[in-house]
Design a protein around this ligand. Structure first.
Ligand SMILES: [Zn+2]
Length: 261
């Protein structure tokens, strides 16, 4: 599909960032990103990635749009209630940037389909709302050597970190056991803030600029407007990434720097 807007003009303001330029935009154009989950986090992540001009965006969610989603999931509109989230999201995203190839997947990620859904991606952004799916995605990402940006939100708070073992812990290192399941109150502005940070990490990785949240978890408390940072350590006994050693799954570039794809 041909964009109505000249392909590079629309990215002029971000191409002007120090060290970015046309090369960064070409990297984005040749990248592919999986956004797993199209709720509050996924709405912010997918929107930001489409606006930034990633080449291919695979969007995955098995749910249908419910009226209770509409306080935060801005990919979906009142007229989308009852529709598949993947389909609703695709309609919105396609209207924002016709130059991005969008691949909707209406499936629940499990061990049987994760390779098909996540295969061939430059990076995965975890916007799921359940640890069952998060653990499946984490295990696959570790084994495939594909980085994963983890994000979560509750109330006015949220967290984000960049995972790429062996340089960082994996999700199972940090959360050996899943927290209790169930819906939690969420303000749309909080999921939008955390999702935007996740998108920023994905873009930085693709472009190869900035310092990623490797081995660091950024915690945001919207009630006090404070950010804090936790240092994360790998669990050498981790059943998922414990055997991932040097030379395997190693990202190019210096430690702590964003890496290009
Ligand atoms: Zn681990």
């Amino acid at each position: 599909m041909t964009s109505l807007v000249p392909s590079f003009d629309r990215y002029q303001r971000q191409m002007g960032l120090p060290g970015w330029g046309r090369d960064a935009q070409e990297r984005l154009r040749h990248s592919s990103v999986l956004v797993a989950g199209l709720g509050g986090l996924g709405s912010a992540v997918a929107t930001n990635l489409v606006l930034a001009g990633v080449g291919r965006l695979r969007i995955c969610d098995a749910d249908t749009v419910d009226v209770t989603n509409l306080n935060r999931q801005f990919l979906h509109k009142e007229g989308s209630i009852g529709s598949r989230k993947a389909s609703s999201a695709m309609d919105t995203l396609a209207s924002l940037n016709s130059g991005v190839e969008i691949e909707p997947v209406s499936s629940c990620i499990d061990a049987g389909n994760v390779a098909e859904i996540a295969g061939g991606m430059s990076i995965i952004v975890d916007c799921l709302d359940n640890f069952e799916g998060r653990y499946v995605l984490n295990r696959w990402a570790v084994e495939a050597g594909i980085p994963l940006v983890h994000g979560a939100v509750w109330g006015l708070e949220g967290r984000v970190t960049f995972m790429a073992p062996p340089r960082t812990p994996c999700l199972a290192c940090i959360f050996p056991n899943a927290p209790p399941a169930g819906s939690v109150p969420v303000l749309g502005a909080a999921s939008c803030a955390i999702g935007s940070l996740q998108a920023m990490e994905a873009v930085k990785y693709i472009v190869g600029q900035g310092r990623l949240l490797e081995g660091r978890m950024l915690i945001f408390d919207g009630a006090t407007m404070r950010f804090c940072e936790l240092e994360l350590r790998r669990n050498s006994q981790c059943p998922v990434c414990g055997r991932v050693g040097h030379g395997k799954n190693r990202l190019p570039g210096g430690s702590g720097k964003a890496s290009s794809v």
